[in-house]
Design a protein. Structure first.
Length: 103
């Protein structure tokens, strides 16, 4: 749903539902920003961020979560440019994406 809403606002975006899919896409395409959920099946968003960063050190990261703990917040905010809690306003998300790209 987020990808569709970004497309409607003229932002190119792709979606991956698993860490394997995200890593495969990142091998084929160079992305500027990754929007990751902290609580993902498998390795989780924080470990996925580390692996994506190894592949592309220039990639910026935004964590978006609906149920992150204080521990997740501490780790996630240390490892990403931004850490947002769902639900997030689309205008705010776009603003954060633009800020991440300027870093």
């Amino acid at each position: 749903m987020v990808v569709r809403r970004l497309h409607l606002r003229g932002i190119e975006a792709e979606c991956a539902f698993t860490e394997e899919e995200a890593l495969t896409r990142a091998e084929k395409t160079r992305f500027d920003v990754a929007l990751l959920d902290v609580k993902m099946p498998g390795i989780g968003g924080i470990e996925l961020r580390r692996r994506l960063h190894e592949m592309n050190p220039d990639m910026k990261f935004i964590f978006l979560t609906g149920h992150g703990s204080d521990k997740d917040f501490a780790i996630g905010s240390a490892e990403a440019s931004f850490y947002l809690v769902k639900p997030v306003n689309m205008d705010k998300l776009i603003e954060i994406i633009q800020k991440a790209l300027q870093e």
